[in-house]
Design a protein around this ligand. Structure first.
Ligand code: PLP
Length: 384
């Protein structure tokens, strides 16, 4: 399916921050509106309730089928954060997490021991093996793809090692869903967190996917919804939007994004030799580029681009507008000065060639002005 709807975003802006949140796909919007127009609580026994239930279960089945699991293996949540929390809070024993996890994992179990990553941002399997031996964890969490760099992790290998030591495996696939073709069983995970709004679905819905024989301890109490695993009235419209958005993703779309990202990086490097693409040599999601311009603060770039009508982010924008030092780039051993100059450009279904061209022109101009500035200042300060 051809996904792209080329053309500028709202008010002529260029939106290149899909890893923060992607605009709502028209297909998702249509599914949501249709579901919202129908009355009914999916737990009610009358005809309206049963119709709502059918809609909810249809969405569950569609998403589950894409992941190659049964519908009973998918528990809807309020998003990726809740799905990660639910997974991490399943065990009381020691936990290992990769050093590049999202705060939705890292902050749930602050006691977790961190598995290092190499300079490409890929989890160090030898270090994991040693930690498994030493710590005997109950759970290991490694994300499928990182939100800042797009680097794809060898989760099947992680799962093999962790299972050999009797640990459960949780995979945060919030950024990978849609942008990477995978089935649950290929990952070898016991639990998988997904979220709708990173791929063009609505904000406020996600799911935890479970291995067929896994017993889940609910975090919330107060109702029998989601087989008692996640009480609360089912969000039928959001689930319908999630399923409709996911159905839009296919190999053609992934290749289209990969080609756009390739064009972006090639043109930037050709025009700005100081530019660095972080983790360029690692397997990455087709939509994400982490670009450093040593000497020019990421916030400065962000503001300049914003004034030019272009939205990107500095590192991860997932933490309430906080721009601190990126723990991901720090874990990769990126020098602090380079990390502080890194921005994240993330493409999605609405991205088109014109967006890339506008970004390249704006960023090249910014780099031309700002990387020359220090030399100019020091030349002016030189004693005559
Ligand atoms: N995990 C990753 C890797 C993310 O990038 C995000 C983004 O916010 C989350 C989890 C949280 O997902 P949500 O915004 O659906 O709670």
């Amino acid at each position: 399916m051809q996904l792209t709807r080329p053309g500028p975003g709202a008010a002529g802006r260029v939106y290149l921050d899909h890893n923060a949140t992607s605009p709502l796909l028209p297909e998702a919007r249509a599914a949501i509106l249709e579901a919202l127009a129908a009355p009914g609580n999916p737990s009610s026994v009358h005809a309206d309730g049963r119709a709502a239930r059918r809609r909810l279960e249809h969405a569950r089945e569609q998403i589950a089928t894409t992941l190659g699991v049964g519908p009973e293996q998918l528990v809807f949540t309020s998003g990726g954060t809740e799905a990660d929390n639910l997974a991490l809070l399943q065990v009381d024993g020691p936990v290992l997490v990769s050093a590049i996890e999202h705060p939705a994992v890292l902050e749930v179990r602050p006691d977790a021991v961190r598995i290092p990553v190499n300079a490409d941002g890929i989890v160090d399997l030898a270090a994991l093996d040693a930690l498994l031996e030493e710590r005997r964890p109950a759970l290991v969490a490694v994300m499928l793809a990182n939100n800042e760099t797009g680097v794809i992790q060898p989760v099947a290998e992680v799962a093999r090692l962790a299972h050999a030591h009797g640990a459960l495996v949780h995979v945060d696939a919030v950024q990978a869903l849609g942008k990477l073709a995978f089935r649950f069983d290929q990952l070898g995970a016991d639990m998988l967190a997904i979220s709708a709004h990173k791929l063009g679905g609505p904000v406020g819905i996600g799911a935890l996917v479970l291995g067929a024989d896994l017993e889940l301890r609910p975090l919330l109490r107060g109702g029998g919804q989601e087989r008692g695993l996640r009480p609360g009235t089912g969000n039928v419209a959001a689930a319908a939007g999630f399923a409709a958005a996911l159905a839009c993703w296919d190999e053609g779309e992934r290749q289209r994004l990969a080609a756009l990202r390739e064009q972006l990086e090639r043109e930037l490097l050709a025009r700005v030799p100081e530019a660095r693409i972080l983790a360029a040599g690692a397997p990455r999601l087709p939509n994400t580029s982490c670009i450093a311009l040593p000497g020019v603060a990421a916030t400065t770039q962000l503001i300049r681009l914003d004034l030019e009508g272009i939205s990107v982010s500095a590192g991860s924008a997932c933490s309430a507008g906080r721009i601190g030092r990126s723990h991901v780039l720090a874990a990769m051993g990126v020098e602090p000065a380079v990390a502080a100059s890194a921005i994240r450009v993330s493409l999605g279904w609405s991205s088109c060639e014109a967006d890339i061209e506008r970004f390249v022109v704006a960023w090249t101009e910014l780099a031309r002005q700002l990387t020359r500035a220090p030399a100019l200042v020091s030349a002016m300060m030189r004693p005559t």
